[in-house]
Design a protein around this ligand. Structure first.
Ligand SMILES: CC(=O)SCCNC(=O)CCNC(=O)[C@H](O)C(C)(C)COP(=O)(O)OP(=O)(O)OC[C@H]1O[C@@H](n2cnc3c(N)ncnc32)[C@H](O)[C@@H]1OP(=O)(O)O
Ligand SMILES: O=C([O-])CC(=O)C(=O)O
Length: 372
């Protein structure tokens, strides 16, 4: 048995949810460029869960279900008030809150297809309320209940700030949600599938996936990009900062990818939005610094930016706290996790690979009193 480091190139399952072929990303056969330009996030959720686009009526029904399920049980809200809230990372709070939600869902352990679908709806619907309520409570503000007349994207921004968002902000946020929704067998989706392949429940699958997304080599990179931009501070500092990091063999966050070679097709959409929004907010330096970093990293290492690089300046321009960037990734990606969880249940087999053992050979047990 020989191990492949990081399972690179290993095909671990079949899936009809999304594909990456020759650097082209599709959700159920629809090109991400097409979806990013035209689709609402709600349509994408339907597409991933049903593996076809909805009719007008089906879309209206899904929107209604997401809307009526959007509020959190009061026990979850009360729980936030028990945390050492200013010391807790919002990704840790989100991971805990999703697990907690499972305790208050009467169907948590009902492993029947329709019950699993209903849980998917309830969980997707509540993700914005978890992230925005936590963000407000830690600032001493009251959570804002969702509105039934707003889209998923608009509602998130409204519940975060309490103000009705501008159309440009809704458009940008909807696009970001569409772009982050699914991505074949990325680390967090694989985690979710491994978890539920033991026939564990939907909440356990999503809780595990949030844990995997949190790391800076995966979803956590978007927050790390903003930290880097803030540390660099000015356009003049970019060159020295980036070249020094590369010379020390340190990673530049938001660059590189396990699967894409020529580039991540999502990055160009976020780059365009970052340019537009940073100009609108009067902070074009974030975009100028980002493009300068991109030029150096692609020139020196031939590593193109990934989805996390320009999403950082997009979210910053929308006035969002930097440590909420990865939770926002989860608000979108939960749609993909749930699609994969439902797909795993459809045709389940335990996921259990082997390890190539590299420890010592057979040893004889020696009683503790006789050890030297
Ligand atoms: C949504 C997402 O999850 S997208 C990815 C988000 N993560 C990041 O942006 C973090 C920065 N990027 C990385 O760490 C990596 O590119 C990953 C984790 C995304 C992919 O990693 P892998 O396929 O395992 O590549 P690995 O980490 O082995 O790197 C291969 C080589 O490229 C280099 N490299 C890869 N990414 C970077 C980077 N961002 N900056 C500098 N060098 C890099 C490595 O140092 C290594 O060089 P070496 O061969 O000289 O040692
Ligand atoms: O696919 C991956 O390895 C990481 C990624 O880009 C994503 O999850 O969106």
């Amino acid at each position: 048995m020989t191990a492949t480091r990081g399972l690179e190139g290993v095909v671990a399952t079949t899936s009809s949810v999304s594909s990456i072929i020759d650097d082209t990303l599709t959700y159920v056969g629809y090109d991400i460029d097409d979806l990013a330009e035209n689709a609402s996030f709600e349509e994408v959720i339907y597409l991933l869960w049903h593996r076809r686009l909805p009719t007008q009526q089906e879309l209206a029904e899904l929107k209604c279900q997401l809307s009526v399920n959007a509020e959190l049980p009061k026990q979850v809200l009360e729980h936030f008030k028990l945390y050492p809230i200013n010391e807790v990372h919002p990704m840790a709070a989100l991971r805990t809150a999703v697990s907690l939600l499972g305790l208050y869902d009467e169907e948590s352990d009902v492993m029947e297809e329709q019950a699993n679908y209903r849980k998917a709806v309830r969980l997707q619907a509540k993700m914005p309320a978890i992230v925005t309520a936590f963000a407000r409570i830690r600032k001493g503000l009251e959570p804002i209940p969702p509105r039934t007349d707003l889209s998923f994207a608009a509602n998130f921004l409204y519940m975060l700030s309490g103000k009705e968002p501008e159309p440009i902000a809704i458009e940008a946020f909807n696009k970001a949600l569409v772009l982050h929704a699914d991505h074949e067998l990325n680390a967090s989706t694989f985690t979710a599938r491994v978890c539920v392949a033991t026939l564990s429940d939907v909440y356990s699958g999503v809780t595990s996936a949030i844990g995997a997304l949190k790391g800076p080599l995966h979803g956590g990179a978007n927050e790390a990009v903003m930290k880097m931009l803030t540390e660099i501070g000015t356009l003049e500092n970019v060159d020295t900062y980036v070249r020094e990091k590369l010379a020390n063999k340190e990673k530049i966050m938001g660059f590189g990818h396990r699967v894409y070679r020529k580039g991540d097709p999502r990055a160009k959409h976020l780059k365009l939005m970052a340019e537009k929004l940073t100009n609108l907010t009067g902070e074009p330096h974030w975009f100028e610094m980002s493009t300068k970093i991109e030029n150096i990293v692609t020139g020196e290492k031939n590593l193109p930016p990934n989805v996390d690089f320009y999403s950082a300046s997009v979210y910053h321009s929308l006035g969002i706290d930097h440590d909420l960037f990865t939770p926002i990734f989860a608000v979108s990606r939960v749609s993909g996790w749930l699609a994969h969880i439902l797909e795993q249940y459809e045709n389940n087999r335990l996921i259990r690979p082997r390890a190539d053992y590299t420890g010592p050979g057979m040893q004889k047990y020696v009683a503790v009193e006789q050890r030297g």
